[in-house]
Design a protein around this ligand. Structure first.
Ligand code: ADP
Length: 345
């Protein structure tokens, strides 16, 4: 019998302080800026919100359970008044978020230079996110009422935690469907061995190029210039390598306004395709587009797994298509979490 699917997102929670300014002050200079606004953020919580919102089939019903696992500073007024309520209104349980003593909630200070086409300068203080390192505790929280259908992870918590969780959740003991989005890519990269048995890898073009540089066998593949879109040859070579060497079932590369490339390989068949982006009238703000994509894709996978064991019969094209549509809605609105659409929209 089908059960209500469960997604657990293990990742970062941040408070974003966004200051808009006509220009960036020089050393020793004080300048009047335009505005300062505070927003809930962090890639982990953005993706949890995207999973939660995707799971709403109507304004009052949600068909997937979504829980956030991570850490914030104890007694943080911004967590209490902003981040926690936003997660909860988006259908995300926060019982797995630890409020830690002696450390601040992670922050991102974002300076938007309005004079240079809104180019951002960002300072991140990881704070409590850097303390998400107790593997046994995280695994216990993530499996407290059984092994979840899907675990989603990104790159804003310690690398050792991510590598440890990949190993655990891909091991026969816990074997679950892990969706890994190495964003941002760890400076040391990700060893190919750590990806062994991974169900789904999602990268954008930047992270995809970073994968090229950390895998020796791929350095010989002719690569396009940094400003040019990746070629299908590059994408085919990379995904073939990842399927063969690490046994990853599904590799997805999001290509911004070009759309999405995916490659799905089982022992019986290979399905790969480039799905164009949905044409939009006006792109307002692309912040959160990748997170929206990951959340919607994860929700589609979780719904499938609640009906059928294993991903072999997943309609990847349909799941990618749905996530592509949701991400296109996101780029037409301002903000990160605020711009993620609900599933019934
Ligand atoms: P990230 O936000 O991680 O950098 P991308 O820029 O690749 O990720 O965007 C993620 C997805 O958002 C794309 O694969 C696409 O589905 C959607 N998207 C991004 N930019 C546009 C756009 N200009 N028009 C329509 N969809 C877009």
């Amino acid at each position: 019998m089908a059960h209500k699917p469960v997604i657990r997102v293990v990742g970062s929670l941040n408070i974003d302080f966004v200051t808009r300014t006509p220009r960036v002050p020089g050393p020793g200079e004080t300048l009047s800026a335009t505005s300062m606004t505070v927003h809930p953020g962090g890639k982990g919580s953005n993706q949890a919100v995207a999973c939660g919102k995707a799971a709403f089939t109507s304004p009052s019903s949600q068909d997937v359970v979504v829980e956030m696992i991570g850490a914030v500073g104890a007694n943080d007024p911004y967590y209490a008044s902003l981040l926690k309520p936003t997660l909860e209104k988006s259908g995300v349980s926060t019982t797995g978020v630890e409020e830690m003593e002696g450390v601040q909630t992670g922050t991102a200070t974002i300076i938007v230079d309005e004079g240079s086409h809104g180019e951002n300068r960002i300072l991140v203080v990881p704070g409590a996110n850097a303390r998400v390192n107790d593997l046994a505790k995280i695994i216990e929280t993530a499996t407290k009422d059984g092994i979840p259908d899907v675990v989603v992870m990104q790159g804003e918590i310690p690398r050792s935690t991510v590598l440890g969780l990949l190993k655990a959740f891909n091991s026969p003991h816990y074997k679950t469907c892990v969706i890994f989005n190495p964003a941002p890519m760890f400076p040391e990269g990700v060893p190919i061995d750590a990806l062994k048995g991974l169900a789904v890898l999602v990268v954008n073009e930047t992270e995809c190029r970073q994968l090229f540089t950390c895998v020796d066998e791929l350095k010989t593949v002719p690569t396009s210039g940094l400003d040019e879109p990746m070629t299908e040859l590059e994408l085919n070579r990379l995904t073939t390598y990842l399927h063969n060497k690490a046994g990853i079932l599904i590799v997805v590369v999001t290509l911004g306004s070009q759309g999405v490339y995916y490659s799905f390989e089982t022992p019986d068949f290979l399905d790969r395709s480039l799905i164009p982006a949905v044409k939009v009238e006006r792109v307002v703000d692309t912040t959160g587009a990748g997170d929206t994509f990951v959340g919607y894709f994860a929700t589609a996978v979780a719904r499938h797994l609640a009906q059928v064991k294993g991903l072999e019969n997943l309609n990847v094209r349909e799941a990618v298509g749905r996530a592509n549509e949701a991400a296109a809605k996101c780029v037409q609105r301002n903000g990160a979490m605020e711009s993620i659409p609900f599933g019934y929209e």
